[in-house]
Design a protein. Structure first.
Ligand code: GAL
Length: 401
């Protein structure tokens, strides 16, 4: 067997080690009172899936969700790694006399169990939404006071993923409220990915590891370039809190929803991959264009997101509208995004020395073109169109596979 010699540059080793040790220290602290269970291994990589909210809002029904799950398979999304099919707000309409949550009978006539079974039969996983408050954000019944009952119901239905929102939570504190639901899910006995959605208000990155598998760090994304920039900027400084088992969530994807150009969607997707963000597609998979499918399923770009090292990339430099984002990868390479936020084309460069790479030669691969560009001495430059990225993998030549 060939031995793999990793000549990881000094700053990369220090950075990755610091991130991972921070993660494992926090894990020990916060998990002390919880039993180790299958929950802990549910999100060793950022979760990938589809969620109804960004495109459909409250206009959800079982037929649409079934077709979306089928489209996830037929479009190549499932093969690319997308797994969870999640219904967001508005599936629930009332509670019965015993307090059991009820799915709207007109839109979900077969019931949630049948829908979960249908999604499972395609080899996919099924997710649902509720809220820590009395009501959901759209005024449907929330889980406050019904945490154990709801968790048992979800487990019985075969739910694999719960997004848990933060509307109508007057008098509640986020940390204990989310811990309560996490404990209820564990007690219900079915491993369920727990997606904390309190918009970053209580800095969940400080307390949510060991409680949820992903935690929103911001308010809602919009299908607009300015929104992508706003959310991106809010991730700076949160890098050390992400890692295998728990991820910062800058909100779901808008790729393919129509409000941005193709370059902007590629930039949005590239940056979410550099950030090790959960990848929850938010478009109509049944009718997506080839370009949208190309963006969402590019294996080289997804590999950056799903890389086993699990380190969230960071903004390495910023000069006006020109930013370099870097994510270290498990094989000692770096994913590098040359990101031009500005209105006109820009020539952008990175130098190996400035990135503290100890060798003078690196191999560069263009991840969107899926093409090896060759050996580069001392650095790499590219013309980056307005509102776009050039995304490359930089492999120091002293790394031998
Ligand atoms: C918001 C949440 C959105 C969506 C919406 C549903 O609070 O951030 O992603 O879930 O509620 O009402």
């Amino acid at each position: 067997m060939m031995r793999k010699k990793l000549a990881i540059v000094a700053w990369l080793a220090v950075w990755a080690a610091a991130a991972l040790s921070a993660v494992s220290c926090r894990a020990k602290e916060t998990r002390g009172h919880l039993k180790l269970s299958d929950f802990d291994t549910l999100a060793l990589k950022p979760p990938m899936g589809w969620n109804s909210w960004n495109k459909f809002g409250c206009d959800v029904d079982e037929e649409m969700v079934r077709r979306m799950a089928e489209a996830m398979v037929q479009s190549g999304m499932a093969a690319a790694g997308y797994e969870y099919v999640v219904i967001d707000d508005c599936w629930q309409t009332a509670r019965d006399d015993e307090g059991n949550i009820i799915a709207g009978p007109e839109r979900f006539p077969s019931g949630i169990k049948a829908l979960a079974d249908a999604v499972h039969s395609l080899g996919l996983k099924f997710g649902i939404y509720s809220c820590a408050g009395d009501k959901t954000c759209e005024g449907r019944p929330g889980s406050r006071g019904y945490e154990e009952k709801d968790a048992r119901q979800y487990a019985a239905w075969g739910v694999d993923y719960l997004k848990y929102d933060w509307c109508h939570t007057e008098g509640l504190q986020a940390d204990p409220a989310y811990k309560k639901m996490r404990a209820a899910l564990e007690a219900a006995g079915r491993p369920i990915v727990f997606s904390i959605c309190e918009w970053g208000r209580s800095k969940p990155w400080l307390w949510a590891r060991g409680v949820g598998h992903l935690w929103r760090t911001t308010g809602d994304i919009k299908d607009k370039w300015e929104s992508v920039l706003t959310l991106l900027d809010l991730q700076v400084g949160l890098e050390e809190y992400a890692g295998p088992g728990g991820w910062n969530d800058p909100d779901m994807l808008e790729v393919g929803n129509g409000g941005m150009t193709s370059d902007e969607y590629r930039a949005h997707f590239s940056l979410w991959c550099i950030l090790a963000a959960p990848l929850m597609a938010g478009n109509d998979l049944r009718t997506m264009s080839r370009e949208t499918a190309f963006i969402l399923t590019n294996p080289d770009v997804i590999a950056v997101n799903q890389d086993a090292l699990g380190v969230q990339g960071r903004r390495f430099s910023k000069e006006d509208d020109r930013e370099i984002w870097v994510k270290p990868l498990a094989d000692g390479s770096l994913a590098v995004a040359l990101f031009n936020r500005g209105q006109s084309k820009a020539r952008m460069s990175v130098s190996w020395a400035e990135m503290k790479i100890e060798t003078s030669t690196c191999y560069v691969r263009d991840l969107w073109k899926r093409k090896e560009l060759g050996r580069f001495l001392s650095g790499y430059s590219a013309d980056v169109p307005s509102h776009a990225v050039v995304l490359v993998k930089v492999k120091p030549s002293n790394i031998i596979d």
